[in-house]
Design a protein around this ligand. Structure first.
Ligand SMILES: [Zn+2]
Length: 206
């Protein structure tokens, strides 16, 4: 190992740990992403005034299929971004942090997907960190062109139920849903899709 490279690795892990903590990650999640021991993370990142998040860790394998529409849309946005960053060559932990930061910027008013949930979804989509099994994969919808999470056991040309298409249909007839999103529905559905899932291609390939 070249001189200084172990220091570079450690500094990167510490920086990543800090980013994860700022995004609300549990100690267990930060441990998996950085490889740093729990006692070190607790000492450096948390205090009596700023305690580590507690509670049950998410398990998304069943959750996603029972989740409401807005949760499925936002989960697909985060994991779609994570998957594209992985394809572009980002390391898994860096891809997840960057994807979640983008998602927080996009949904600054109300993020329905926690960082720990995004970690669990990414793990079960890419067989990383906590599992060797892919429970999900990303499938591009033939109608709207967005990529959505679907069960990995059901390989098909498009998602069983595209949450982006479902949302578009419901926005037309459910004003309370539009009000809850505090959005103006553009006259062109594809403009709305681009706003929902940036980075995805619309059906005309733009
Ligand atoms: Zn669709």
């Amino acid at each position: 190992m070249p001189i200084g490279s172990s220091i570079t690795v450690k500094v990167h892990a510490l920086s990543l740990a800090q980013d994860c903590a700022l995004l609300g990650a549990r100690v267990r999640t930060i441990q998996y992403l950085t490889g740093l021991p729990a006692f070190e993370l607790l000492r450096m990142l948390f205090s009596a005034r700023h305690p580590a998040p507690r509670g049950r860790t998410p398990d998304s394998r069943e959750w996603y299929h029972r989740a409401n529409l807005l949760h499925r849309v936002e989960a697909s946005v985060v994991i779609g971004s994570f998957t594209r960053m992985r394809v572009a060559g980002f390391a898994p932990a860096d891809a997840l942090v960057a994807a979640y930061q983008d998602y927080r910027t996009l949904y600054s008013r109300h993020c329905r997907i926690s960082f720990d949930r995004a970690f669990d979804l990414a793990a079960h989509t890419s067989a990383l960190w906590i599992t060797c099994t892919r429970s999900f994969h990303m499938v591009r919808c033939g109608r709207c062109g967005c990529e959505a999470i679907d069960a990995a056991s059901l390989r098909r040309s498009g998602p069983s139920s595209c949450p982006f298409c479902d949302l578009l249909q419901r926005l037309d007839r459910d004003p309370r849903l539009a009000a809850s999103l505090k959005v103006h529905v553009p006259p062109c559905p594809e403009a709305w899709i681009r706003e929902l899932a940036p980075g995805t291609q619309t059906s005309d390939g733009q």
